[in-house]
Design a protein around this ligand. Sequence first.
Ligand code: BV8
Length: 238
Amino acid sequence: MKKYKILVFTGAGADKESGVETFRDSEVGYWNNYKVEDVATMDGWRRDKQKALDFYNEMRSKLENIKPSKAHLIISDLEKYFDVTIVTQNVTDLHEKAGSTKIIHLHGELNKVRSTLDSSIILDWQGDLNIGDKCNKGSQLRPDVTWFGEELNQDNIIAAMAEAYESDICIIIGTSMQVYPAASIPFETKEKSLIFYVDPGDVNFEVPVNRRSFFEHIKEPATIGMEIIYNDLIDIFI
Ligand code: BV8
């Protein structure tokens, strides 16, 4: 029997209970301790490469010690019954560690770096990246993440849109939905698809009028929200 398709759209809040800081929603969020323009823009990179490298080295050093939360594990478990695609804004590898198999990283990945001369040269990378670490063409390596003002990887955006167009259910977890074009993807799902928004905070974005009757805000952290949704989906669809 054909499986219903679920699009899971995640942001930093989905990783919060694994010990990863978010960006905008708390005093300790990344953007409260670093200036976005210094560490996540091309201008910042041009001004002070080591500062940007230090920011991502700090984030990458945490990767080894963080584990998937119950939310990541439930999302992975949904693959038993549904055709699940994860479209994430997160640069961590927690969905991979939880066993999910279809993951699109819209804003890149912390454990990858790329050449500043030839963006097709992408290397797996653990540990710190520093000035002088170069690709085989002799150019400085940079984090393989998408900075503000940089175009997203078009293959990823096209793949994410294609999955959204076919999705019957959308689960949005832990994102303020402030960053575009990523935040447009959940509303590219089928017009009558169910949309669950898991976030202990308020809904601070516009839900399109034609989607409001299918939109449910579960005002809980990711682990509790995903338990609620898992039980609802099994009751309704299985
Ligand atoms: C581009 C780098 C153009 C990697 C990031 C309209 C259309 C297109 C672009 C724009 C547009 N309007 C403005 C733009 C420009 C810009 C943008 O969107 N700016 C915003 C801020 C206004 N977009 C861009 O620049 C993009 N590029 O458009 O290029 C172009 C086109 C052609 C040619 C050249 C250029 C690039 C955007 C990517 C930027 N890179 N990160 C990294 O360091 O991670 S974005 C950054 O924000 C992260 O990737 C993060 O994932 C993303 C979104 O943040 P969230 O994940 O939502 O995190 P946040 O802290 O905001 O929210 C956390 C939520 O979790 C909260 O709601 C909280 O309540 C909740 N929460 C807390 N605890 C829990 C929880 N939820 C569940 N459980 C919990 N326990």
